[in-house]
Design a protein around this ligand. Sequence first.
Ligand code: ACM
Ligand code: ZN
Length: 533
Amino acid sequence: MATLTNRDIVRVLVLVVAFLGTISGRVDAEMAALVPKPMKGEFAHGAVTLNDSTRIIHEGDATKTEAEMLATLLRPATGLPLKVEPMPSPAGKLGNVIVLTIDSALGRDLGNEGYRLEVPTTPIIRIAAAAPAGLFYGGQTLRQLLPSAIFDATKQSGVKWEVPCCRIEDKPRFPWRGLLLDEGRHFFGMKFVEHYIDLLAAHKLNVLHWHLTEDQGWRIEIKKYPKLTEIGSWRDQTEGDGKRYGGFHTQNEIREVVAYAAARHVTIVPEIEMPGHSLGALTAYPQFSCTGGPFKVRTRWGVEDDVYCAGNDATFDFVGDILDEVLTLFPSTFIHIGGDECPKTRWKTCPKCQARIKAEGLKNEHELQSYFIRRIEDRLGAKGRRLIGWDEILEGGLPPRATVMSWRGMGGATAAAQSGHDYVATPTSHCYLDFPLKTIGVEKAYSFEPIPTTLTTLQQAHCLGVQGNMWTERTPTAADIDRQTWPRLCALAEVGWTPKELRNPSDFQTRLESHIRRLQKMGVKIKVPGKTN
Ligand code: ACM
Ligand code: ZN
């Protein structure tokens, strides 16, 4: 055998180092492939492996529910028993455990949604938080630290359920991290909505803005007005295709979805559109329009001229009654009342609307819209709720306590904040998930900054957060929605959660490659992002 020269040895060493480099590079990428990226994270060598004897221990008030939720999320793919138990007293030797602890002192730095996750080499994984939401998000991070197979709905054999050693401290940048799902244009049903709630929670998104009423369909059972769903939830066809479309959620189903969401720290904000986008309702109850109808649930996309009559007090009783039932179903502080794209055509020629303008000393139909929204805000405010509406509610004067959802760019956000109102940023330029990927690529969505530079520090505090909007005119199936929503919503989730200074597009793209495997395991029909999207 030939003797090795020094040069040969150096060559071999270089190869070995390069090989190890690839391995550790891959492991680092896996370890760091958290989406959204946490505020602080340190990784060390070593890992803790979940096994048959791993238990989930809860310590402190209100932690049992979170421990059970974590077990529910980790059991299907692992097939492990993951028994949930209270902290023994005295604690003694715990063995292989995940410990969830409420520690109110953490609230000062991490708030209610923040958490600390520690995975030392001892097999004790600790998640501590000031409140249950933080424990839940610590659990979501733990899930992402496991192999991506953890996201599969069925038992995965031959996987080592390793969690890399780390210490993570994390909290969200904004309190509102949302997705709008439009069931007005197409109806998808309970199971789909629950699946989307799972997906939101896995991305630490916490608001499902549920768009439930439209010109093209009414989707929520209202006991006092049964025709809303009997008549208003079906349209004869779409753009001349000759097929009937429809469906609605019963109140029992809605209660179930709301509870399902709450258990995953997702708040459902219902949207009941007014005064425009209301032809579904007006087809069922035409007496609340300006002309009296008759109407048909709209069979074309676009905006309908027939809207609620703002001159008729009975209209306010009608929408007020609807909202009263909505409030019994949805405990959310915010109630979205739409307010967008309300043509003033009918109001201009309606004697009742014109009489209202005169009687109230309003300047024009824009002020009549403000009057409408203000009456609704009074009603919601009296019940301890907050009104949120699209940025058109600024036109003709913003009601005193209203929150603005800025969609036509960020002008509405700026105007709201400058006049002391809260806003949620969801401009078409970055947040409209129904727009083609060619128009809003993943990088573009990722580049979104929800706080305009023109705002003072005080005004910046009015930014509640960010939301992606999934309008469904052109996405009739669940797979269509998946392809539009992901991975752009991952980008917006990071905009909403991660400190601005930590956002880095190329690092995000790298993490996204691993993250897409998780989405696929969750059953998402996802388009893998190329360089151009
Ligand atoms: C909207 O896109 N009409 C809010
Ligand atoms: Zn009218």
